[in-house]
Ligand binder design. Structure first.
Ligand code: AMP
Ligand code: MG
Length: 416
């Protein structure tokens, strides 16, 4: 990609790379995992299909009743005429052919007996003694019959390679009798947090320390996408420790995600370490929050260097790491289309970077932003229902339509 330049040295300041170019570059750089795995359906939630799935059967496999009632041949009906109930067909049983001039007691899901062409709901009948029943209303042909193959036709392709297995799709696979399904192995994603100030939750937070929230944020985001997480803990702010940690990560993972240390401060070593072990494709993206994002390689292993500020980790994961990781996972449904929603406030000044505001839809159906949009804040991400996009150099005012991504469609595995 010609637009993306590599820093000449570890501390070189680069121009900001436009978001679209960066996402395109990331998707093109992601090598899909080729290993496949046959999984039991209950273990396959969020996995990606490695091949199309076709049905070898019709669903339902036979015409069956949609109600509890009586099956009959419509022309046997006469107003007020008692009809003999000649058989009883509960769901799961095999029906005999219907005797001419009689009806069959039938239950929801039971097969329609040969010779019957409609089912009357039990509410529209009057049961007499001596196994007889009067059908109170004139039945209509095919009434209350669910025809064979109404849901799925034999031979139809139901699911496509690259689709994610949502609960609905697992149910669909089960409905055609599959107990196992062929999936693409999840990428093994190593996560590393950097920062001497970090302390783990559960430990006392001594002066100078802060709790490591990124580690747990990333773990959750990755699990939501069905990734295999290899949590390699915290790297101290030293070049040799960073180099060692990245080497170790590249030996056991398909991709590495780091947080923090991605800028060019004296205590930021990610960029230098990646350069020692491999190369950097680009650093710094024109988004807010999340500018110091970098992408490179340690040997053959791709590294996504996320910023340290937790709010920026959240946004860069969803907008940059997510499409990369889903591409590695062989996922065909990467792009999330934004909704158009009215803004509930004015943007004071146009920015140079594309801004992702943490917002909610209020009772009037307009977007309201969290009052503190600082990249260091996680409370705004927990409060938000979505991200509103303010394009660079634009200054939308209250009532103007902007792009809006619901967080559910970014955080969860795609299923459409
Ligand atoms: P850095 O990019 O390393 O300079 O970090 C930027 C900011 O993010 C600093 O205030 C860090 O303390 C904070 N930070 C970095 N890593 C984490 C983490 N894992 N959890 C919470 N905050 C972090
Ligand atoms: Mg740091």
């Amino acid at each position: 990609m010609t637009d993306l330049t590599t820093p000449d040295d570890c501390t070189a300041k680069q121009t900001l790379h436009p978001l679209e170019f960066v996402v395109e570059h990331l998707i093109r750089s992601a090598n899909a995992i080729s290993k496949t795995n046959r999984l039991a359906l209950n273990d396959a939630l969020n996995a990606t299909l490695s091949q199309d799935v076709s049905s070898t059967i019709n669903v339902p496999p036979a015409d069956n009743s949609a109600v509890d009632g009586y099956a009959l041949k419509r022309e046997d009906w006469l107003e007020g005429k008692p009809l003999l109930v000649s058989q009883r067909i509960p769901a799961g049983s095999v029906a005999s052919s219907l005797e001419a001039g009689t009806v069959a007691r039938i239950f929801t899901g039971a097969s329609i007996p040969q010779g019957a062409d409609c089912v009357v709901m039990q509410e529209n009948t009057k049961v007499l003694v001596n196994e007889r029943v009067i059908i109170l209303q004139r039945p209509t042909l095919h009434d209350n019959i669910r025809p064979l193959g109404q849901d799925i036709k034999q031979g139809n392709t139901l699911l496509k390679k690259g689709q994610s297995l949502s609960p609905q799709r697992l149910g669909l696979a089960a409905s055609i009798g599959l107990s196992h399904i062929s999936t693409i192995c999840s990428p093994r994603v190593a996560i590393l947090s950097t920062g001497d100030e970090l302390i783990e939750p559960g430990q006392p937070c001594n002066p100078g320390k802060i709790y490591n929230s990124n580690r747990y944020l990333l773990n959750g985001l990755l699990q939501s996408l069905g990734m295999e997480v290899i949590d390699l803990g915290v790297i101290e702010d030293k070049l040799d420790s960073t180099v060692q940690a990245l080497e170790k990560a590249s030996a056991c993972a398909d991709v590495i995600l780091t947080t923090g240390g991605a800028s060019v401060g004296e205590e930021d070593y990610i960029q230098c370490a990646i350069k020692q072990l491999g190369s950097i494709d680009f650093w710094r993206v024109a988004i807010k929050p999340g500018k110091p994002f970098m992408f490179g390689r340690v040997g053959e292993t791709p590294v996504l260097g996320l910023p340290g500020n937790p709010g920026a980790v959240f946004v860069t994961f969803l907008m940059l790491a997510r499409p990369f990781l889903l591409s590695m996972q062989g996922c065909s449904e990467i792009k999330v289309s934004p909704y158009s929603m009215p803004l509930g406030f004015d943007i004071r000044n146009p920015g140079k970077r594309r801004e992702f505001l943490r917002v909610r839809i209020d009772a009037n159906g307009v977007l309201q932003r969290h009052p503190n949009q600082s990249s260091g804040m996680l409370s705004s991400t927990s409060w938000a229902e979505g991200l509103a996009v303010i394009h660079e150099h634009s200054q939308p005012q209250a009532g103007d339509m902007v792009d809006y991504f619901p967080l559910t469609s970014l955080i969860n595995k795609p299923s459409s």
